[in-house]
Ligand binder design. Structure first.
Ligand code: GLC
Ligand code: CA
Length: 540
């Protein structure tokens, strides 16, 4: 059952290990580096860490291509380091969530190495194969990172299916042996004390390539219920599925209060609005603000009492929110706090992505400075398709995944305190100004704003349980809503833009207690300043 779960009043912090903290000077973040920063995270108040993959991997897609699910990549440390991280985190009341990449493995995984040897090999059927002739593809399906979704293997005279890179062959969930292997592996991690899991692209595991179906395949929820029953349900875990194709209706299955699937899912409806409809993320479009309100409001009301939301603006695949919808120049601090207040007042479990609590920004680099496979593939593909370099770089600066993957900015020393060596990816040059050291003890910093919001969620039940009502849904500048439970009413009122905004309803809340705000002095009673955010509460 998912009722009264600890994760309803908790906040999760996502770590992208490669870029968080390097402990041995090789320029790559590692597990010992994370251990050395646990006090920082405890101080922030988070209660779970979602670790992007640290398993053994050739790093074709930064660890989302796993060659051994039961070992740690030497670049990040050892299994003993992982066990120590779990113990050290537990001492600070923090649980470790691992990233489960179950749709595909690396092509260097033992299973695939065997599978590609012959059609008779016992592992052959662990992957998705179609007969064919070299050069005649089974169909025209495309991989998410560009190119065909089919790759020819002469030894077996067949094509294998890959939704992501060539080095990420899709696992065959139709094969019960594959599912059993996966459950065994998950239970093994649970015995090691792992407190939860994030399930990578879980909505595409039940693919049906002959029907060109990837997302929401007909057996998807059957597979997930079996997975949950065989693993997670045996412990008090937090589980979150990544589901780009989720609708509120599907999310009510994924996050069913009976606990038969996951705790919650990441849905992305609010994260794909600033792109041209029917095209992909690189095809930029202005954010339709009223639509954003409609989407977030709908997810709030449609899951209330019958499901559970994940709340996020950022992750390792998305650009930084201050640079994306905010203003990362004159209003960087103010707008970063506005996004925090706006999101953390909603119902669901908030996720903070490393550096978000400092207002870290996008990285406007030259193409040589980027490392991400998706970004680099896009660059070359679009050059061939005749796009101009300027146009492509604009898309990359706006949407590229490396915007979120630059090293964590700890202090103003060399390499932002991330590494004593040469970082695997350039540090954002603004680290002298934007870093943790300058914010942790400043009561007015973005960090302190996040810490306050995380604490409030634990203090007042209305954050986890209250109903949701959007105020002024048609207003073109203000994002405002009210939450309510038996004992309290909570109001969150935000100006989403960099110009002053008239807001007559403000005066209705003037007598309530101000819980959080992003301007030091209380402003006018009917006008919001640029990106101004206020959170009010009153006892009923
Ligand atoms: C998810 C991950 C992303 C990865 C992809 C393939 O979307 O978040 O980083 O590249 O899955 O595993
Ligand atoms: Ca290292």
């Amino acid at each position: 059952m998912n009722q009264d779960k600890w994760w309803k009043k908790s906040v999760v912090y996502q770590i992208y290990p490669k870029s968080f903290q390097d402990s041995n000077g090789d320029g790559i973040g590692d597990l010992n580096g994370i251990i050395s920063r646990l006090d920082y995270l405890q101080n922030l108040g988070i209660e779970a860490i979602w670790l992007s993959p640290v398993y053994r991997s050739p790093q074709d897609d930064n660890g989302y291509d796993i060659s051994d699910y039961q070992d740690i990549d030497p670049m990040f440390g050892s299994l003993a380091d992982m066990e120590r991280l779990i113990v050290e985190a537990k001492k600070r009341k923090i649980r470790i969530m691992m990233d489960l990449v179950l749709n595909h493995s690396s092509d260097e995984h033992f299973w695939f190495q065997e599978a590609r040897k012959s059609r008779e090999n016992p592992y052959h059927d662990y992957y998705v194969w179609r007969d064919g002739e070299e050069g005649i593809l089974p169909n025209d399906m495309r991989a998410c990172f560009g190119g065909s979704a089919w790759e020819w293997v002469p030894e077996v005279g067949q094509y294998y299916f890959h939704q992501f890179s060539i080095k990420q062959p899709d696992l065959n969930w139709e094969n019960p042996k594959v599912r059993q292997e996966i459950y065994r592996m998950i239970n093994w991690w649970m015995e090691k004390g792992v407190g939860g899991f994030r399930l990578d692209v879980i909505d595409v595991i039940a693919k049906e390539p002959d029907k060109k179906v990837t997302g929401n395949g007909s057996r998807l929820h059957e597979f997930i219920r079996e997975l949950s029953r065989e693993t997670f349900q045996k412990g008090d875990l937090i589980t979150v599925g990544e589901a780009w194709g989720a609708t509120p209706e599907l999310a009510r299955l994924y996050s069913n209060p009976d606990g038969s699937e996951f705790s919650m899912v990441f849905q992305f409806e609010h994260m794909v609005l600033d792109q041209q409809p029917g095209k992909d993320k690189w095809d930029l479009a202005p954010l339709p603000f009223l639509k954003l309100k409609e989407v977030l409001g709908r997810w709030q009301t449609e899951l209330h009492g019958c499901g559970w939301n994940s709340l996020f603006w950022n992750n390792h695949d998305l650009p930084r929110i201050v640079s994306r919808f905010g203003n990362d120049k004159e209003y960087r601090e103010i707008s970063a706090k506005m996004f925090a207040i706006l999101l953390h007042g909603m119902q669901g479990t908030p996720y903070v992505y490393q550096g978000e609590e400092l207002g870290m920004t996008n990285a406007p680099y030259e193409i040589e400075d980027y490392r991400d496979i998706e970004l680099l593939n896009c660059y070359h593909e679009r050059l061939e398709q005749g796009y101009s370099k300027e146009e492509i770089m604009k898309s990359i600066h706006t949407k590229g995944r490396d915007n979120a993957r630059t090293p964590m900015q700890w202090d103003a020393s060399a390499n932002a305190g991330f590494s004593t060596g040469t970082p695997w990816i350039r540090v954002n040059p603004n680290y002298a100004e934007i870093n943790a050291a300058s914010q942790v003890n400043d009561p007015d910093s973005i960090f302190s704003c996040y810490r306050r919001l995380i604490g409030l969620r634990k203090e007042y039940d209305v954050f986890a349980e209250g109903s949701f009502r959007m105020l002024m849904p048609e207003d073109e500048s203000v994002f405002a809503y009210v939450r309510e439970d038996e004992s309290h009413e909570l109001a969150v009122i935000c100006n989403f833009f960099g110009d002053e905004a008239a807001c007559p309803v403000l005066k209705d809340y003037a007598s309530w207690e101000l819980l959080a705000a992003n301007y030091a002095k209380n402003g006018a009673s009917e006008v919001l300043r640029p990106f101004e955010a206020r959170m009010y509460i009153r006892r009923k």
